[in-house]
Design a binder for this molecule. Structure first.
Ligand code: F6P
Length: 326
């Protein structure tokens, strides 16, 4: 195995609060152990188009508290093709980058998995996404902050929902995962969560209405995971207008505000621990794994297992929303 001298680091896909804390931890842990660190700008785009910058321990000063990512991020179409990945590999080789740390969500780590299967490069991934859609890790960097943003917003919506005795559909992000909607519902005392994981088994809107959700209460908030299949919050509100016109429904789409803001303490600590562990893992010859966290302990998860989407929301959490909203 070739000796690693220089480690590249990039952030890819949707940004997530805590990515900067992860970049800082990767950079400083690597420098502490004698490696050179190169920041790759705009995710895989920077690999394909040669956008590199040397990172020193001062380059990552004062960023632990910042949302977004100082390295910028992108969804790079070129990297989806073999030609794009070949260009990325050639550029990495020219820049003498011997190993890579990729911080991103399911799509980004799937890209890392494919790249690592084609070229002999040690790659370690860090779960960085608000969606929490990676398997074999208890949570991802950015998820806790996004959840807290949702809680703050929904608490405010509750005030007006109660005053006007209205039904609100609040749409949250999550790509194809319902964690933000479900745990957001538990944390805000919402009446229901409509999530993609249940979509094939149940007409969740009809189920909600059949439970008589609004009869004895003066407001109702339903957290809806974004989902093209149901049309999200707008689609459900339109259905309510057509099928249950007695309800006065309103829609709020939280959108990209969920991706911003200063990371919570939990996200900063998670990012710092995972970032440092990525360097330890590379130092010990590990490759093609994601560093996850399970029951408080670091876990080395092969890319195939991390991106398998085998995780699922807990039925007991779905039940909890129902039980606690009677
Ligand atoms: O993956 C993170 C995420 O915020 C998803 O929750 C959402 O579906 C998607 O990115 C939105 O992407 P974009 O910002 O590119 O529109």
């Amino acid at each position: 195995m070739a000796e690693i001298k220089t480690i590249g680091v990039l952030t890819s896909g949707g940004d997530a609060p805590g990515m900067n804390a992860a970049i800082r931890a990767v950079t400083r842990s690597a420098i502490y152990l004698g490696y050179r660190v190169v920041g790759v700008k705009r995710g895989y785009y920077g690999l394909v188009y040669n956008e590199f910058e040397e990172l020193t321990s001062r380059s990552v000063s004062n960023i632990i508290q910042l949302g977004g990512t100082i390295l910028k991020t992108a969804r790079c179409k070129e990297f989806l093709s073999p030609e794009g990945r070949k260009a990325a590999y050639d550029n990495m080789t020219k820049a003498e980058i011997d190993a890579l740390v990729v911080i991103g969500g399911n799509g980004s780590l799937s890209g890392a998995r494919i790249f690592a299967s084609e070229y002999n490069i040690p790659i370690v991934g860090l779960p960085g996404t608000i969606d929490n859609d990676l398997s074999n890790t208890d949570c991802t960097i950015g998820y806790d902050t996004a959840l807290n943003t949702i809680v703050e917003a929904v608490d405010k919506i509750r005030d007006t929902a109660t005053s006007h005795e209205r039904l609100f559909f609040v749409e949250v992000m999550g790509h194809m995962a319902g964690y933000l909607a479900l745990n957001g519902a538990i944390a805000t005392g919402a009446e229901a969560a409509i999530i993609p994981e249940k979509e094939t088994e149940l007409d969740q809107l009809a189920d909600l209405v059949s439970r008589g959700f609004r009869k004895s209460k003066n407001s109702a908030i339903v957290l809806v995971a974004e989902n093209p299949a149901t049309g999200g919050a707008i689609g459900l509100a339109e259905r309510v207008k057509r099928e249950f016109p007695e309800y006065d429904a309103r829609v709020t789409i939280l959108g990209h505000l969920q991706r911003g803001g200063s990371p919570t303490a939990a996200d900063r600590i998670l990012a710092s621990r995972l970032g440092a562990e990525a360097i330890t893992a590379l130092r010990h010859g590990q490759r093609n794994i994601m560093i996850g966290i399970r029951n408080g302990e670091m876990a080395y998860v092969p890319f195939t297992k991390a991106t398998s989407m085998s995780m699922s929301v807990k039925q007991s959490d779905i039940d909890l929303v129902k039980i606690l909203s009677i």
